[in-house]
Design a protein around this ligand. Structure first.
Ligand code: PFF
Length: 452
């Protein structure tokens, strides 16, 4: 039965689908505002450390779990560790996918609004203060933000219903290279703005006094979120990989491209932030108030900005389909619903969460938990708790429980593909990842203080 499982059609398809999942709003929307709120360059440094020392080994391990078991995120553990509680990792992941979609679809919806504003030319001819005011009047509204969130969930739903190969693979292949090209053009524009160097030194000259326990947790959360690890997304995708997919190369390519896009986004945003006098700590709206200023300074700004927001929406879409796939594959394979019905159940649930998240900027603003509105609560609970916790468990599971020979055989395609640095990988996985994540959690919970 498992050999009949669909696989991605080509090697490039594997890479594009995985990069498509990793590269998204996490890089272009979330990374800049987290960096802005956590002090700039010092955060970037911590982020890169988390990516290399923890994120990458966990990603390789998720690839192992998915391709070895050829099952969804929860079912995989019933194959690798039957009758144990390890499948909790999968349930945690499915729940995280669902909750992330609940706020991610809202931001994805904002990109559609900005795409239409750009297309109709209403995004030009304003001051930086106007952009800030316009954004907050838009996202605190009721009809349009909900309309766009719903549209985005519907788009995701359609692609998921069409299926893995045709839907996911094809859409990623064309759009990702285009997005990359566009970001390079925007970088050039941004670094040639007046006072660009202030932004660049904010991003690249670390001030270590800015590091505290919440910065470290934020950097780790951002690394997990951006790489799509810690929640079984890459377990699900790698269950569709072919036997000859080189897992190490795929993981390294995804990690390098993902990090590059985040840094490019930083290079676009921060020079503009300082050049136009926007506060780097503005939060979730940072990208939406900064970029229109950059576009405004380009010739044919309506054309550039509409193409950019369209590409951003597509980058978001290749991520939402990967999130949706985690939940849909689980409901379909573990609960016996048809794929179509499973997709409906997931989309409906996400829609409910999406509407509440969207309203939490306006109508439901007063309702907070631990000082966070519903949108921020979903973001915090997933990126800073569920994903790192999932990553911790994956590293313990693969590092301590899986037979080293089986692990190596799968990661090297039964000895036919190269896997350099296996010993370093195994060491990071077994010791560094769990200890680092564990300490960061304990520190943040205040049980034990290494950092203030
Ligand atoms: N990595 C995506 C981004 O950076 O936008 C978001 C994401 C997708 C997170 C899939 C988690 C996931 F499983």
């Amino acid at each position: 039965m498992s050999d009949e499982r669909v696989t991605f059609g080509s090697k490039l398809g594997v890479i594009f689908a995985s990069v498509g999942s990793a590269v998204g709003l996490g890089n272009i929307w979330r990374f800049p505002y987290e960096t802005g709120q956590n002090g700039g360059a010092a955060f970037l440094l911590l982020y890169v450390l988390c990516v290399v020392l923890v994120g990458l080994p966990v990603m390789m391990s998720e690839f192992f779990i998915g391709r070895h078991s050829r099952k969804n995120a929860a079912g995989a553990f019933d194959v690798l560790a039957p009758k144990t509680k390890w499948n909790f990792i999968g349930y945690n992941g499915v729940a995280a996918a669902f909750l992330i979609l609940g706020f991610y679809s809202v931001v994805a919806g904002w990109t559609l609004e900005y795409f239409f504003q750009a297309l109709t030319g209403s995004l030009t001819g304003k001051t930086a203060a106007d952009y800030a005011a316009d954004f907050s009047s838009f996202n605190s509204g009721i009809f349009w933000p909900i309309f766009w969130t719903t549209t985005f969930i519907a788009l995701t739903h359609i692609i998921i219903s069409v299926g893995v190969q045709k839907g996911i693979e094809r859409s990623s292949k064309i759009m990702m290279p285009m997005l990359f090209l566009f970001m390079i053009i925007l970088c050039v524009r941004s670094v040639t703005l007046p006072d660009a160097e202030i932004g660049l030194s904010f991003l690249f000259k670390p001030d270590f006094s800015k590091i505290n326990s919440s910065t470290v947790l934020s950097a780790m959360g951002q690394a997990f979120f951006s790489l799509s690890v810690g929640m079984g997304c890459l377990i699900t995708y790698s269950s569709y990989f072919g036997k000859d997919t080189n897992l190490q190369k795929t993981a390294i390519t995804v990690t390098v491209l993902d990090t590059l896009v985040a840094v490019l986004a930083g290079v676009i945003i921060f020079p503009a932030v300082f050049s136009f006098g926007i506060a780097p700590t503005a939060g979730p709206e940072l990208v939406f108030i900064t970029l229109p200023n950059v576009f405004q300074n380009l010739p044919m700004s309506a054309l550039w900005s509409s193409i950019f927001y369209l590409l951003l929406a597509i980058a978001a879409l290749t991520s939402t389909i990967s999130l949706h796939e985690v939940a849909t594959a689980y409901v379909h394979e573990e609960h016996g619903f048809t794929r179509k019905r499973a997709a409906f159940i997931v989309s409906f649930g996400v829609l409910v969460l999406g509407v509440i998240s969207s309203l939490s900027f306006g109508l439901l603003k007063e309702y907070t938990v631990f000082g966070l509105n519903f949108f921020d609560l979903l973001d915090y609970a997933t990126a800073k708790i569920m994903l790192p916790f999932g990553g911790l468990l994956v590293s313990v599971f693969v590092g301590w429980r899986i037979d080293r020979k089986i692990l190596k055989a799968e990661l090297t395609n039964q000895g036919t593909a190269s896997f350099y640095f296996f010993t370093i990988y195994a060491f990071l996985l077994k010791y560094i990842a769990p200890i680092a994540i564990g300490l960061i959690f304990i520190n943040e919970l205040g049980l034990f203080k290494l950092l203030k």
